[in-house]
Design a protein around this ligand. Structure first.
Ligand code: FES
Ligand SMILES: [Fe+2]
Length: 367
């Protein structure tokens, strides 16, 4: 090799996509929220690598067991720290062993010996919290400016309730995933026979947009969901169904059957990239007594896993089309929920001062 072209003299090539700022820099106020990095159960002794808003993060537990989130990039030669190990609550790089404490300070450079000078620079650190079985990270620009708490996951670890998480990768955007989780018309096609089949039934819904949420109340007291009726509603109580979207990415779908039985699907759609979303779904349920709750814990996961998988497939379908041609939607009147969610998220993305005005609409669906 020509010594003048030896690697140390070659300029580093521009990173692919370097001409466009990462999502974190171009998502406006959408970064000023808590996002889920992982479930508490996933974060054990080894560090985890996660990407949120195209920012690579390493997640680990400090010596007290508290979660720590830092940028997943060693200060030395930029290897990914998440593939290293945790030693005494510090994160050790897999390449040359530079070791970082929970504040992001480099505390050891093995190749330089005991008393070497350590860099003054720190790893970029993101505030982390653990709540409701999830590790949350604040992605906001100013870590001192946290102005809200993580979203409360309903009935997690509450007496009388059963609950479990599912983590699923979707090849579509956060907006389209959140809309899918609140979309009733698709259920008779995508989940035919599993969730609902066409009955030519008319369902009326009241849809309300507030400054930070979209709230939907359905009038379908005699409806049921899938073949789970024998478990969820054996005495055929009237069903009360409400769907809610909360900025930036939460959806909550409640089915109540009388005063003793409920089934709730709460989803956090975490943005990985423009068309990649990691969804944390909490299924919470109460079936009337402890024995039935135990039965639910056995029977509900395979059912909910299958229904989510059907959504993964249709979301990958739409996502591939959107990546190819962009978005060019034709909305019908019953797409009002989609339009409301989009208006709130777009407003946050623009970082605008004037939120879309509160509005209430009635809409009829045929399923
Ligand atoms: S790249 Fe991390 S220690 Fe060298
Ligand atoms: Fe679905």
């Amino acid at each position: 090799m020509n010594p003048r072209l030896a690697p140390e003299h070659v300029d580093a090539p521009a990173a692919p996509g370097a001409e466009q700022a990462p999502m974190l820099e171009r998502c406006g106020r959408l970064r000023e929220y808590w996002y889920v990095a992982c479930t508490s159960a996933e974060l054990r002794d080894a560090p985890l690598g996660r990407v949120i808003l195209e920012e690579a993060l390493a997640v680990f537990r400090d010596a007290q067991g508290q979660p720590v989130v830092v940028r997943d990039r060693c200060l030395h030669r930029n290897a990914m720290l998440s593939e290293g190990e945790v030693v005494g609550g510090c994160l050790k790089c897999p390449y040359h062993g530079w070791t970082y404490d929970a504040r992001g300070n480099c505390v050891r450079i093995p190749s330089e010996g005991q008393d070497c000078a350590l860099p003054k620079e720190r790893l970029r650190r993101y505030p982390a919290r653990e709540q409701d079985g999830l590790v949350w990270v604040w992605m906001g620009a100013d870590p001192q400016a946290i102005d809200k708490d993580p979203f409360p996951m309903p009935h997690y670890d509450e007496p009388g309730w059963g609950a479990y998480y599912m983590v699923t990768h979707f090849e579509n955007s956060v907006t389209n995933c959140a809309e899918n989780f609140m979309d009733v018309p698709h259920t008779v096609f995508v989940h035919k026979g599993w969730f609902r089949s066409t009955t030519r039934k008319q369902i009326r819904a009241v849809v309300e947009r507030t400054r930070d949420s979209v709230l939907v109340t359905y009038h379908q007291p005699h409806d049921s969901i899938g073949f789970t009726g024998f478990l969820l509603n054996p005495s055929r109580e009237p069903m009360v169904h409400t769907d809610k979207f909360y900025l930036p990415n939460m959806t909550r779908v409640d089915y109540d059957f009388g005063s003793k039985r409920s089934f709730i699907i709460t989803s956090h759609s975490c943005p990985v990239g423009p068309y990649e979303t990691r969804v944390y779904t909490l299924i919470s349920f109460r079936l009337g007594n402890r024995l039935l709750n135990r039965l639910g814990r056995l029977l509900l996961p395979p059912y909910t896993r299958q229904v989510i998988w059907q959504d993964v497939v249709i979301m990958a379908n739409q996502g591939a089309s959107l990546r190819r041609y962009g978005e060019d939607f034709r909305n019908s009147p019953c797409d009002v929920i989609h339009r409301y969610i989009e208006s709130l998220r777009e407003h946050e993305a623009r970082g605008g001062a004037t939120a879309p005005p509160p509005q209430t609409t009635e809409v009829d669906f045929f399923v």
